[in-house]
Design a protein around this ligand. Structure first.
Ligand SMILES: Nc1nc2c(ncn2[C@@H]2O[C@H](COP(=O)(O)OP(=O)(O)O)[C@@H](O)[C@H]2O)c(=O)[nH]1
Ligand SMILES: [Mg+2]
Length: 234
């Protein structure tokens, strides 16, 4: 019998004490369909509502759950720490309100034929149930990445899985913090020639976004420009 794949699931969390218990119950239910030895890393930083303590308490109920606690609220910083702490053959990444057991099961099935697997909200077969504004933002962001960074992938900022070797290859070069960490990680993997596969997904967030879309726009444009300057010329 071949050995079971190991998979770490990195989830950044910030002030999620109210949402965490229900979300973990749903998540662990979905993980039952994944034929891999899965461990979950909650990458918390800067919460003021006891999210990290609660996560550790829930570790008594849920197997293989660890909490990384860092000082400053920084989505990208938490992602970086989580990705670098992960020990699985594959490292998945999801939000606490947007994850997918079926996607992780597909990663197991495709593990030999790809190095990076992206759940693409823009795949023609995807079913994106978010608001038109959020869908437009996703499409526009992807156009910007194509234009400014020459990327050919259709979604860098969603549910994804990377072979651990890919992370070891590129994570330390990523300069972005906050929302662009994962985008730069995927684009650096693309530039390095790692095999990328995109899969359709049903996009259904379990709650409205907490951050303002409008505030993200200037920050994102500035961030993409910085990535462009930092990437080696292709
Ligand atoms: N560690 C950490 N996680 C964050 C931070 N901001 C957001 N998150 C987490 O990132 C994920 C996505 O956040 P959400 O508010 O749902 O934003 P959305 O992507 O616009 O829907 C959730 O799991 C949040 O808890 C942060 O500053 N630090
Ligand atoms: Mg969300």
């Amino acid at each position: 019998m071949s050995q079971q794949l190991t998979m770490s699931l990195v989830i950044p969390v910030y002030n999620e004490a109210g949402f965490l218990p229900g979300a973990l119950e749903t998540l662990y239910g979905e993980l039952e369909q994944v034929d891999a030895a899965v461990d979950v890393i909650l990458a918390e930083n800067g919460s003021t509502d006891g999210t990290a303590d609660l996560g550790r308490e829930l570790g008594a109920t849920y197997p293989n759950l660890t909490v990384l606690e860092l000082p400053e609220p920084d989505y990208g910083g938490a992602m970086r720490a989580g990705f670098l702490a992960a020990t699985g053959d594959w490292v998945c990444n999801s939000d606490i309100d947007y994850f997918s057991g079926p996607f992780m099961a597909k990663v197991v099935a495709l593990a030999d034929s790809a190095d990076v697997i992206l759940a693409s909200k823009l795949d023609p077969e995807s079913e994106d149930r978010r608001s038109p504004l959020r869908r437009l933002a996703t499409w526009t962001f992807n156009q910007i990445l194509r234009l400014m960074l020459g990327s050919k992938v259709s979604d860098t900022h969603g549910i994804k899985a990377l072979r651990r070797e890919v992370i070891a290859d590129v994570a330390n070069d990523v300069i972005s913090r906050q929302d662009l960490f994962d985008t730069e990680l995927v684009i650096r993997a693309e530039r390095q020639g790692w095999r990328i596969k995109e899969l359709p997904i049903v996009v259904e967030e379990q709650r409205e976004t907490k951050s303002s879309l409008l505030k993200r726009v200037p920050r994102t444009l500035k961030g993409v420009w910085k990535i462009r300057k930092a990437l080696p010329k292709s």
